[in-house]
Structure formats: structure tokens, C-alpha cells
Design a protein around this ligand. Sequence first.
Ligand code: NAD
Length: 484
Amino acid sequence: MSKKVPITVAHGNGIGPEIMKAVLFILEEAGAQLDIETVEIGEAIYLKGNPAGIEESAWESLRRTKVFFKAPITTPQGGGVKSLNVTVRKALGLYANVRPCVSYAPFIQTKHPNMDVVVVRENEEDLYAGIEHRQTTDVMQCLKLITRPGCERIARYAFEYAIANDRKKVTCFTKDNIMKMTDGLFHEVFEEIAKEYPSIEPEHWIVDIGAAKLADTPEAFDVVVLPNLYGDILSDVAAQISGSVGLAGSANIGADYAMFEAIHGSAPRRAGQDLANPSGLFFGAMMMLVHIGQASIARRAHNAWLKTIEEGIHTYDIFEEGLSTKKVGTQDFAKAVAQRMGQTPEKLPAAHYSETEEAAKHPPAYKRPKVERKCVGVDMFVHCTTSTPEQLGKQLQTCESDGLSLTMIATRGMSVWPQCAEVTLCTDHFQCRFQLPEDSKDEIGPEVIIALLNKLHQAGVEIVKTENLYTFNGEEGFTRGQGQ
Ligand code: NAD
């Protein structure tokens, strides 16, 4: 048998320790060759006053092993604590989050007996950059960041995954009818990358109707690739409608590191009762075994799991009177799987893992396109509680200079100057746009913006933020206000 592979294991919080114990037992019985380094992360570390929830010794282990097998952890609410999951994913560059959601009808109750969807979620960008600000009394802001290299590698990963796993179609979900620039880029890059994979059918859905279709007819989908937030939400939906949120595992893949877990959380209400279904973490482990070159062990364990499910030995979350034969706790479920090691399912399709199944982990180096970027104006975000948009407009116009003129004032993205609809709610936060004339070939430098800031300050205008307006090869790199 092959050499033992070092991995870092965290037993987590809530139901974490119970399901981790169960899964490590199954892996051992299956013959997995693992050299386990155990680390503590999460609640206990937060409670020690470390807001990151992870200590240097755990990072050292991860740098050594490069493979993290992690049970769910509890993120304390508020208190300046950052989600450890997001921190680990970003610190280790785990850009792709792969979540297969499969139904096991007729053995596990589901409305979708033919479901076999793999959700590939972008894992590092989008609203999860976690850049939030309170700018005024009324207004909170969260920045949604989508990058071209980020889109390229997640789209390419989804297509590579489809090829490696004999899948036929990759569907992209975005909201690019509204977020034309951020989601627009994700969609545009998806279409570009799709051209490199002519054997795979590309498809795009607007996320709202796509989500409805996924929840109603999941068998219409194969591999689905999504920006971070939509992927987070829809992978839970997909897992739940396949039978239980406790059934799906998740692989977080980067160029150098990988982390494997269940998609669900630490379910504190179920903790310490030997009730939880260990299957989600088990499927995380199956993807880990393929990742470390032990696909034959994964096949063996997965087939034993399928046989256990077929025989109706079920944890409470999937137990169904008349369908299941025996309700078992976490550890007894693991024992039942271990007892069936070497067996294959009779009705459910047997597991198939090839040794080369994994998608390419190393994206090609990013080549930044050459573009001509010109600064053609600036948005001044202003805190104002005393003036109407009309009065504010008049005040701002007195500060126009260096060819810049006020072209719009908007609040919450809605233009309220030069025209303001009576029903528009005006907050204390205004986006005031100063621009060069549209047909101008000129551009402005930072000194122009600084001069404008000075003038506005002297006129008593309170600026909370500035945002430069650029064109890229002559194309506007900013959206217009609604109604502008
Ligand atoms: P959750 O996923 O932990 O649990 C929601 C419900 O789903 C549970 O009450 C239970 O009914 C069911 N469930 C989940 N896992 C199950 C299993 N294995 N077997 C049977 N039933 C299961 O979601 P939550 O209650 O919103 O979150 C609890 C904590 O977990 C929070 O602190 C959250 O931040 C954290 N969390 C961690 C991770 C992670 O570590 N990757 C992911 C999500 C949430």
C-alpha cells in the first residue's frame, strides 16, 4: 500500500467532533493511508480572545500538509469576530468550492429522484471580500468585488471539472441584467472560457429564475458555476432538495492547498446527542481521498456507504417510516458502513472514481489585457441632511472647475438631480458626479480631484468617499444612475 499522506484535521464545534470521529473510523476501516495532524480551531480559540479563531500552530500544520480536513465550526455572532471559514479559504487561496448534490431515490426521500448536480462556487470574491463601511447615519455599504482573473480561474475550473468527470453541460448563474459590470464580467468571462471547451455545452441563467428552475427541476442541470453569494445559497438549496443538507460534502480547491468539509454548519442544537448524519463530512472525505491519490479507497468506502443507505440504515434526518429499516445514531451509522466495506450497492449506481478524475488545479498564469485607461471624472459621495437635492445641486455647481461639471446627484443609485421624482426617498447620502464633457478627449489627473475636494470642503460640503470615473479603451467603467 502507498505511503501515508499527511493531512491536518480539525474536529470543530457542535456536532463536529461526533461526525469527525465517525468519518475517521470509516476511513480507517476502508484502509485510507493518512498521517493525521490534529489542530484546534474555532470556538475555543475565539473564546481565548483570538478573533481569527485559528492559531499559528494550526497554520504551521497546514503549510506542512497542504490538506485540511475540517469539521464544521461555530462562528460567534458579532463581536468583531471574522468567519474562520472565509479566512482559511482566502489565506490558502482556495478559489473553487465544489459541492456535488446527488439524490439517492428511492432509498432517501426526495422530490427529485434523478438529481445529480455539482455546484462550483467561486470562493474568494464577491460580497465575501467583507469590505463594509458605515458611511453616514443612514447608510451601510458592502463592496462587491469581482475580478477578471478570479472569473477566469473559476470558469476554467468548472469546465475542467466537467471534462474530468464526464459531465456534459456547465451552467452559469448571474444577475447581470442588474449588476452589469460585476456579474456582467462573470458572465462575459464564462462565455469566453466556454469557447476553449467545445465538447461541453455552456448555458446561462439569470440567478433568480435559474434558482427557481434548480429547485423545481434540478435534473435539468449538470455542473453549475456561480459567484460566491449565489453559490453559497444555492448549494444549500441543492443539498436540501436532494434529501438532506446533511448529505453533501464540499471540496475547497486552490493551486497549492485544499480543504474538505461538509457543506452544513455545526448544528449546535443537535450536538452531543449522537444524532447527526456524518454523510456530508464523509463526502468531503471522499473528495479528499481522490485529491491525495487514494481514489480506490474512496470507491470502496463510497460503495459501502451506498449499500448502507440501500439497506435502509438511516440517521434521523433521512429516516422515513416505510422506507428506512433502522434509525441509527452517528457512530452506529459509521459502524454499519464499516461492516459493509468491500460490498457494492445493488440498485444505486456504484461509485466510480478514476485516479485522474480531479480537475486541473493550477490555472494558467493570468495575462492582463492591455487597455487605455483615462480618468474622466469623479463621484463625490456626500453626507447631507440639510439641503434638498436642488439646493445641494446649486451648492455643488459653484465648485465646478477644470472642465468638470456636475452631471448627476443620486441617492441609493436613483438620480435625484437635475430632476427629482417626489416619491424618491432621499437619505443622508448622495452620489455627486463631476465629469468632463462626454465628447472630450481629455483626462484629469489627481491634482484636479484634490482641487475639487478643496473647493467642496471650503463650500461646506461633507465628503465621505470619492470614486474615480475611468474609461477603458473609451468605454465607460461606471454605471449611470437610474433615471439619469
Ligand atoms: P447548520 O447547517 O449548522 O444547521 C442547520 C440545521 O440543519 C440543523 O439544526 C439541523 O436540523 C440540520 N443539520 C445540519 N447538519 C446536519 C447533519 N449533519 N445531520 C442532520 N441534520 C443536520 O446551520 P446553522 O444552525 O445556521 O449554523 C450553526 C453554526 O454553524 C453557526 O455558528 C454557523 O456560523 C456555523 N457554520 C459553519 C460552517 C462551516 O464550518 N463550514 C458552515 C455553515 C455554518
